[in-house]
Design a protein around this ligand. Structure first.
Ligand code: C5P
Length: 218
């Protein structure tokens, strides 16, 4: 396809969402936060009383997800689930349902549908490796575990959510291990991805680097 797409993959709390937002803002592109689809699937499954380890039952929920993105909020049916999605428990539930191949298959088309003009910035774990393999620019974003735990901690505290850095670091390392170790679309850099470690970078520095790569790639 000719519709431009930039993929940004990487581990938990590496700053993918923020980077995707600022890059998309500069280019006037839309953003796909694919993690939100897995988080919403976990939430919808729990609401329906479906066990997260039942691959087919969860996939049926994913296939019928009544999800809407509007004005920076996420809606499941007529419920605003934006805040619920950001909770650590939602991230953990997401990584459980995301390990099932049928769930990933059910969400594939939904993700492809985000690709529209003038362009898309897609963030997740397998955007470059599986969902948009033809993307002209693939970024694999990393940061040290300590940096990621600190950032997540700051984020939660600023929202008035109590959190502890050591516990957060354990949670994100457990989630990364599950995301890397699964057989269905494990977290890994696409062979043609550009690696970016942003541990010591400001968001503006990362943004400008990605924009310069994009100018070369397209
Ligand atoms: O990025 P975020 O923290 O919202 O993702 C939550 C979980 O969803 C991840 O830990 C991962 O297991 C799963 N995920 C995935 N593939 C994606 C995006 C997210 O497996 N493209």
């Amino acid at each position: 396809e000719d519709i431009p797409v930039i993929t940004i993959d990487g581990p938990t709390a590496s700053g993918k969402g923020t980077l995707a937002d600022v890059v998309a803002h500069e280019l006037g592109y839309i953003v796909l936060d694919s993690g939100a689809l897995y988080r919403a699937t976990g939430l919808a499954a729990r609401r329906a009383g479906v066990e997260l380890d039942e691959a087919e039952a969860v996939a049926a929920i994913a296939a019928k997800l009544d999800l809407h993105f509007a004005k920076g909020r996420v809606w499941l049916g007529d419920e605003d689930i934006t805040d619920a999605l950001r909770e650590e428990a939602s991230g953990l539930a997401a990584s459980q349902v995301a390990a099932h191949a049928p769930v990933r298959a059910a969400l594939n088309q939904l993700q492809l549908d985000f690709r529209c003009l003038p362009g898309l910035v897609a963030d997740g774990r397998d955007m470059g490796s599986m969902v948009f393999p033809d993307a002209p620019l693939k970024v694999f974003l990393t940061a040290s575990a300590a940096t990621r735990a600190e950032r997540r901690h700051k984020q939660l505290i600023s929202k008035g959510i109590p959190a502890n850095i050591a516990g957060l670091r354990e949670d994100l390392e457990a989630r990364d291990a599950r995301d890397k170790g699964r057989t269905a679309s494990p977290l890994q850099a696409a062979a043609d991805a550009r690696r970016l470690d942003n541990s010591a970078q400001t968001i503006e520095e990362s943004r400008d680097l990605v924009l310069s790569w994009w100018a070369e790639a397209r």
